[in-house]
Each structure stands twice: as structure tokens, then as C-alpha cells.
Design a binder for this molecule. Structure first.
Ligand SMILES: Nc1ncnc2c1ncn2[C@@H]1O[C@H](COP(=O)(O)OP(=O)(O)OP(=O)(O)O)[C@@H](O)[C@H]1O
Ligand SMILES: [Mg+2]
Length: 296
């Protein structure tokens, strides 16, 4: 049985069907991609999986349990972690303090471990490779580092499944490569990953399975090779199906170009500050609180 199964999920916002009878799955310890054009419903489907959004129809099963009606917190306690398309860290705290805060919230009553907690925080910072920034304020680090900080914060809850919404935006080519290696390491350690991502090179190089959404519908599910050569996917991105043998390459190029255009428009301000648009701290803390029972 898959670690995560979202079955026949539909989300309607008034007259807009953001997700339309979509079914996707993630296997334990695997990296799965969720791709599709802007507005396809990727973030909305993530929100249904993590519990931020109730589906109009459909079910979500995680680790064999139906969690469709469970809260965000109980899903987090069961091992569902996520990062956000928009950066969510506390700008006025240091990188290390941000990870410590995530860890303490997760730890709840377990924070009596004290020094062990500190050790775990340092391990998390090392794991994502941002030790040299540990004592800088989070709002002063480059966007790429802020993305990795988001990863460290998400990992602080020791997730079985990590949902990443556009994790590579703001990373340069070398950072993206290193990030791909980190994802593979995590998967090898049995942390499954579901990733929304516009960087097709990253998606194609790390994902074992890819789901493609268009207008809220899953139009294809397959391995990177299958997705590259899928006529429906080509048509969705290109507007036509090329009959020549180069069609798959052409589709991939088009995907990259779409991704590039998206990144160029969306991250215009990122060079100056990763936290340009950030909300006050009290409204941005999206990490789960844990009650006295601890993690189930
Ligand atoms: N809270 C909401 N209320 C109304 N409509 C919404 C809401 N959230 C999303 N939508 C609409 O649902 C559709 C899917 O949006 P969603 O953000 O899930 O797409 P996406 O695939 O994540 O896009 P992107 O690649 O731009 O991040 C869009 O048409 C969007 O305008
Ligand atoms: Mg989105």
C-alpha cells in the first residue's frame, strides 16, 4: 500500500474547480513529482493533503489511515511535513533559532531533552548544508539559504512524508544540484518526498514517479521517461502534438521555458530579500503545535 493516497479529490472555490477528481499516490521512501502549468491546482492539492483545505469530494489516506477529516496538527504528528511556496521563516531570528523554534514546537513536552535538542538542531542545519549561516538573521541570508532553512524546519518534525512546494526557486544551478542530492539522501533514509517543482531538470533527475496536473485534472502519471514522451503532456504544454522523434525533447524544452518565465516573473524581488513580503511572525508560524500526547 502506498504511503499517501489522494483519491478522486475535487476542490471547488465558488464556480472555479481548482482540483478536479484528481488521484495521486506516493510510495514510502520515494521521490514523487507533481507538475503542471500555473493555476493547475498543485498548491490546492497540497493543501488538501496536509489538511489546510477541505476537499469538496475525495479522500486522503496516509500510512493506511483515512485522514480526510484530520487536522493539520494530527497529520503533522503522524509524520507529514511541508514547506511553502512563499518563505515562512521568522525574519528577525537567526537561522539556528528558526530551526530550534521548529524543533521545540515539534518536541512539545519532550523539550526537556535540552542539550539533545541542541544537537539535533545542529544536525539539521548540517544536513541541509547551511552551517555557515547559522548565526545570521534569517532575513539577511540569500534566498537559496532561506529555502534550505525551510527544509531544515520541515525536517525538524522528522517527517515520513515531506511535501515541498517549489523548493528550488531562488536556488542557483549548483545549489539546485546539491539540493537534488539532499532529496535523494532523504529518500534513501525513508523520508518520502512529494514535490511541486517547475525546474524540469531537477524533476526529471530525482523523481521516480511524476503526476501531471492540468486544469485540476491528472492528465498523466508515469516515470520521467514516460512523462517526457507522453503526447497528452506535450499537448498540454505545447498546444500541439509533434509527430517527429524530437517531440519529447521539444516538450521538455517548452517545459523549461515555461518554468524560466514563471521564475523570472515570480522572484523579481528575491535578490534583495527573501522575506520582502513576509507577514508578521505571529501570522506566519505554520508549524504544527503538538499536544501533550506527543506524536502518534
Ligand atoms: N482560496 C482560493 N479561492 C479561490 N480560488 C482559488 C483559491 N486558491 C486557488 N484558487 C484558484 O484555483 C486554481 C488553482 O490554484 P493553485 O494555486 O492550486 O495552482 P498551482 O498549480 O499551485 O499554480 P502555481 O504554479 O501558479 O503555483 C487557480 O485558478 C486559482 O486561482
Ligand atoms: Mg502553487
Amino acid at each position: 500500500m502506498a504511503l499517501l493516497e489522494a483519491t478522486a479529490v475535487t476542490v471547488q472555490f465558488g464556480g472555479v474547480t481548482a482540483v478536479d477528481n484528481a488521484s495521486i499516490s506516493v510510495e514510502s521512501g520515494s521521490i514523487t513529482g507533481l507538475i503542471g502549468p500555473n493555476g493547475a491546482g498543485k498548491t490546492t492539492l497540497f493543501n488538501v493533503i496536509t489538511g489546510l483545505q477541505s476537499p469538496t469530494k475525495g479522500r486522503v489516506r496516509f500510512r493506511g489511515q483515512d485522514v480526510t477529516r484530520s487536522t493539520v496538527n494530527s497529520r503533522a504528528k503522524a509524520g507529514m511535513g511541508r514547506t511553502f511556496q512563499r518563505l515562512e521563516a521568522f525574519g528577525s531570528l537567526t537561522v539556528r533559532e528558526n530551526v530550534l523554534a521548529a524543533r521545540e514546537i515539534y518536541g512539545g513536552v519532550r523539550s526537556w531533552f535540552g542539550s539533545r535538542q541542541d544537537k539535533t538542531v545542529d544536525e539539521l542545519i548540517d544536513r541541509v548544508g547551511i552551517r555557515q549561516y547559522a548565526h545570521q538573521r534569517a532575513d539577511s541570508v540569500p534566498t537559496g539559504v532561506a529555502r534550505l532553512l525551510e527544509m531544515a524546519r520541515a525536517l525538524a518534525i522528522e517527517p515520513r512524508l515531506l511535501l515541498l512546494d517549489e523548493p528550488s526557486s531562488g536556488l542557483d544551478e549548483n545549489e539546485t544540484h546539491a539540493f537534488g542530492e539532499l532529496l535523494k539522501d532523504l529518500a534513501a533514509d525513508e523520508t518520502a518526498i512529494l514535490m511541486v517543482e517547475h525546474d524540469m531538470d531537477l524533476v526529471m533527475s530525482v523523481c521516480e514517479l511524476i503526476h501531471v496536473l492540468e486544469f485540476g485534472k491528472v492528465i498523466a502519471t508515469g516515470t520521467p521517461g514516460e512523462i517526457r514522451s507522453d503526447r497528452t503532456v506535450q499537448a498540454a504544454y505545447l498546444g500541439f502534438v509533434d509527430e517527429t522523434s524530437e517531440s519529447a525533447e521539444a516538450a521538455l524544452h517548452a517545459l523549461d521555458e515555461i518554468a524560466g518565465a514563471v521564475d523570472d516573473t515570480r522572484h523579481v524581488d528575491d535578490d534583495t530579500s527573501a522575506f520582502g513580503e513576509i507577514l508578521p511572525a505571529e501570522t506566519t508560524m505554520e508549524l504544527p503545535t503538538v499536544d501533550e500526547e506527543g506524536r502518534t
